[in-house]
Design a binder for this molecule. Structure first.
Ligand SMILES: [Zn+2]
Ligand SMILES: [Zn+2]
Length: 400
């Protein structure tokens, strides 16, 4: 209980500070790359460059800063390709609100992306750590775009904003030891750019204000999502071995006629049998299970192939053969097995294509969120009942 209070207290301090002082989040970007070199190019509005001791120069139209990691683990700064020096840290600060800048890792080479707000760059074990110091609303808009795609209904984006905000507050210190709060990979939440395609994303973030989702015990929920559940969502324990009350399996009729609802795959029978027999000791000589090795039906989602007593998790089969989902039937077809499957992704929590269809049918974001997370509640971070001002909190606020 004390632990719970402590988490809430910490969250309140975090929320209050962000609101009161306009504090920016620290998001590690380009974390898919071990970046050796990065270029910041003028895009919209000027930026000031600062090194360890102070102001260096401004990035104006047609100008850029090139940063690279040195063998002694420092950051070498070039301004318009002229060497300035080596420093422990470089900061790029926007000169007006909501400027943006083009950023490209050039070694190894990435695509160019655009980001808003400020940056901090330092070296860590032979590569560059690039941190985007970003306002919460800009970060959430970037996540909603990266995770939710472009050109969708407003109410769908509001659900995605609610999910992304809940994740942010639940896990905001996940990468503290690396010098930032969250990374930009799906490990945390994909965050690949500022909004480029859909103005309604910004509106969705704004209109969901400070809303998050909590469970019956007052904890922020794990708001998992996936592309398409195939007509039935999956139990969390089928995927991660732990049972979560608001992540139960249920029938979802909203996604069954969408584009990722069904799939097929052929696998040579020999390969199928080898995997099951060699890796999982499938009882090929058993009179009941032996003849069934190439035949399997799943009218409802199951966790194991054929029977739980054989102990062959469908999620392991999915990973081994690179399947879209664990929700598939198997039948022999010539020298192959034919897999006919439904859905795309782990199937737990919100089904994105179902949620899009609900938004198209005029359901609002609250109805959609509660449909996919039954038992969860939507609350405001500013709600005093939700945060319950404890003595622990007051103490921490005074010491902050
Ligand atoms: Zn991460
Ligand atoms: Zn679905």
């Amino acid at each position: 209980m004390k632990g719970t209070k402590y988490i809430w207290s910490f969250l309140i301090v975090f929320v209050c500070c962000c609101a009161a002082y306009g504090q920016q989040l620290r998001i590690g970007i380009f974390r898919d790359y071990a970046a050796k070199k990065v270029i910041f190019d003028y895009d919209k509005g000027s930026y000031s460059i600062y090194n360890d001791t102070g102001f260096v120069a401004a990035i104006l139209p047609n100008e850029s800063a090139q940063l690279s990691v040195t063998p002694d683990n420092l950051v070498e700064l070039k301004y318009n390709y002229q060497t300035v020096g080596k420093f422990s840290k470089i900061r790029l600060v926007e000169n007006q609100l909501n400027n943006n800048i083009s950023v490209q890792v050039t070694e190894p080479k990435s695509k160019t992306r655009k980001y808003q707000n400020d940056f901090e760059i330092f070296a860590d074990k032979g590569s560059l750590t690039i941190v985007n110091l970003v306002d919460i609303s800009n970060y959430l808009a970037g996540v909603v775009e990266s995770e939710g795609g472009g050109g969708k209904e407003l109410e769908y984006y509001k659900v995605q904003a609610l999910i992304s905000r809940t994740y942010l507050y639940k896990y905001f210190n996940k990468h503290a030891e690396e010098g930032f709060s969250l990374c930009d990979r799906v490990h945390c939440q994909a965050y690949h750019s500022m909004m480029r395609f859909t103005p309604s994303i910004e509106q969705a973030v704004k209109e969901t204000g400070n809303l998050v989702m909590k469970d019956d015990h007052g904890h922020l929920i794990d708001a998992y999502f996936h592309a398409n559940c195939g007509g039935q969502t999956s139990e969390a324990q089928y995927v991660w071995n732990n049972n979560v009350p608001y992540l139960n399996s249920f029938r979802d009729t909203f996604c069954i006629y969408t584009k990722q609802a069904v799939w097929e795959k052929r696998i040579p029978q020999q390969e199928w049998a080898d995997f099951l027999v060699k890796k999982y000791n499938y009882p090929i000589n058993d009179t009941v299970f032996g003849p069934l090795i190439f035949t399997f039906n799943q009218p409802d989602r199951m966790a194991f192939y054929q029977s739980a007593v054989l102990g062959i998790p469908l999620r392991d089969i999915r990973i081994n053969f690179g399947l879209r989902s664990t929700f598939f039937n198997v039948s022999p077809d010539g020298t192959d097995v034919l897999l006919t499957g439904r859905g795309y992704g782990h199937g737990v929590g919100l089904c994105q294509e179902g949620a899009m269809k609900m938004a198209y049918y005029q359901y609002n974001f609250r109805q959609i969120a509660i449909y996919y997370f039954p038992g969860a509640q939507i609350v405001s971070l500013e709600d005093e009942d939700f945060f319950r001002y404890t003595s622990d909190f007051k103490e921490q606020l005074e010491n902050f």
